[in-house]
Design a protein around this ligand. Structure first.
Ligand SMILES: *Cc1c(COP(=O)(O)O)cnc(C)c1O
Length: 459
């Protein structure tokens, strides 16, 4: 059954609240997901890049190039406001590091049969926001800033953007508001950058957001609105508040093309980093990338970029908590934003605050239909295991959300579903020459006391 044929049926189950009784053949994992068991999903709708016509997709490489150029224009301003970015010329970029000791530990402890090179993309250490949100969130604030300033005649082409830090500009931006709904990290990236430019920033935080993230934002002069409900409601309220105010701009995590493109730029930067490490990516040297997924913007944007750059030689997988596998549910049923994890009886709550999202982005899910290779879900307890093991073996600290991606590296050569995928794609013989990137999405701003808690806590 194709996705197009399946979608109305899935919708029917949902309306009839009969998902549990009518096991859909096309998506048999649903039952396991309801039980909060870990699952491995291979996307049946993935297409070779050659079969995807440019017209099918609203975004292209040109949009990524445009975003990259915009970040470059802002580099002098970023260096000025955040001197820690000077050594990278005002670009916010993270290291790609081999983690051989972690690979050994995964082999010993979990029987992980991963053959190739295991690397960590340390977005956890990105400047300014300490998470992958420093890519999309900051990009979106800058894009909005450029638009406002150009429209007002405060900037013109060829200007040195460092001048935006001067008082007259700050005063102008101070009359404008930016609002965003967030589980924590997006709010931090928008809040810190927004405050640096001079905006009034209001962050609408869901119940899952950690206290230290709220405290840190308030210390930057950001207004934090707290909600007792989940992320979806924080977003809706934020949107309503913002829409009422003509001076307010709402960053829409679920639908923002800007956020998405900000994340996608990571792919272009990775090309040089792989070269430096003498890692080839071609048919004989496949690249596997595992990225934690919440609403979908982060892993979707990065995957979109990687597929543009490396084509069919890159294999992208998302990882989600067993209680909040919203993207997998949306893509598997084809219902995307029209289904939530609560609809199948899951709580949506997880220690991985960055991934505590019940309803996926429909925009991202649809973009991923022909691109994404698959998904893994992971129990919270296991994320904490990876968190401790990475610290013990490599002395690198990540927040729990970021550790979800290790599930991909663990399973790729161990699970029957992925072994079948590798076989079908004629990759089995190439796995010794493969590289695997675990995308570490956050952690460096986590305060010491909170880290301690993660160390001692057993589940
Ligand atoms: C936001 C976030 C993600 C996932 O990003 P989405 O755009 O919500 O899918 C993953 N890890 C961390 C640490 C995050 O903050």
């Amino acid at each position: 059954m194709t996705l197009e044929e399946y979608r109305p049926t899935a919708k029917h189950w949902l309306e009839k609240d009969a998902i549990s009784k009518n096991m859909p053949d096309r998506f048999p994992l649903l039952q396991e997901m309801r039980l909060a068991n870990e699952v491995v999903w291979i996307n049946p709708d993935k297409c070779p890049m050659a079969e995807i016509s440019a017209g099918d997709c609203e975004l292209s490489m040109a949009d990524i190039n445009d975003a990259e150029a915009r970040l470059q224009r802002f580099a002098p301003f970023i260096m000025h406001c955040f001197p820690e970015t000077k050594k990278q010329g005002g670009l916010i970029e993270s290291a790609l590091t081999d983690i051989p000791e972690m690979k050994n530990r995964m082999a010993e402890k979990y029987g992980c049969r991963l053959q190739g090179r295991l690397l960590l993309k340390q977005d956890s250490k990105l400047a300014i926001a300490g998470s992958v949100k420093a890519r999309g969130g900051i990009y979106e604030v800058l894009k909005h800033t450029e638009e406002l300033a150009l429209a007002e005649g405060l900037l013109k082409e060829g200007d040195n953007y460092a001048k935006l830090a001067e008082p007259e500009y700050r005063e102008f931006f101070g009359r404008h508001k930016i609002q965003v709904g967030s589980t924590g990290n997006l709010g931090m990236s928008i809040g810190i950058m927004g405050a640096a430019i001079g905006y009034q920033v209001i962050v609408h935080m869901s119940a899952d957001a950690k206290q230290w993230k709220k405290d840190l934002l308030r210390s930057h002069g950001v207004t934090v609105m707290e909600y007792e409900s989940d992320y979806g409601e924080a977003v809706e309220n934020g949107r309503k508040q913002s829409d009422k105010d003509p001076m307010s701009y709402f960053v829409d995590d679920e639908n923002s093309r800007n956020l998405f493109l900000g994340y996608a730029v990571a792919a272009k930067r990775l090309v040089g980093q792989l070269k430096e490490k003498r890692i080839s990516v071609d048919a004989g040297h496949p690249l596997f990338v595992y990225i934690p997924c919440g609403v979908g913007g982060v892993p979707g944007g990065i995957t979109f970029g990687l597929k543009q750059v490396f084509g069919d030689d890159v294999h992208c997988f998302f990882a989600e908590p067993v209680q909040a596998p919203c993207m997998l549910l949306g893509m598997g049923t084809g219902l995307h934003h029209d289904i939530s994890v609560q609809d199948i009886g899951l709580s949506g709550s997880t220690e991985a605050d960055g991934l505590a999202v019940g309803r996926p982005s429909g925009f991202v899910g649809k973009m991923m239909e022909p691109l994404l290779d698959g998904e893994f879900t992971i129990q919270d307890e296991k994320m904490h295991g990876f968190l401790r093991e990475l610290e013990e073996t490599e002395n690198i600290f990540l927040e729990p959300s970021a550790c979800a991606a290790f599930q991909g590296a663990l399973k790729i050569e161990n699970a029957p579903e992925t072994l079948e995928y590798l076989d079908r794609n004629k990759l089995i013989d190439r796995m010794a020459a493969a590289s695997h990137i675990v995308w570490a999405t956050g952690g460096s701003l986590v305060p010491e006391e909170v880290r301690e808690e993660y160390h001692v806590r057993r589940f």
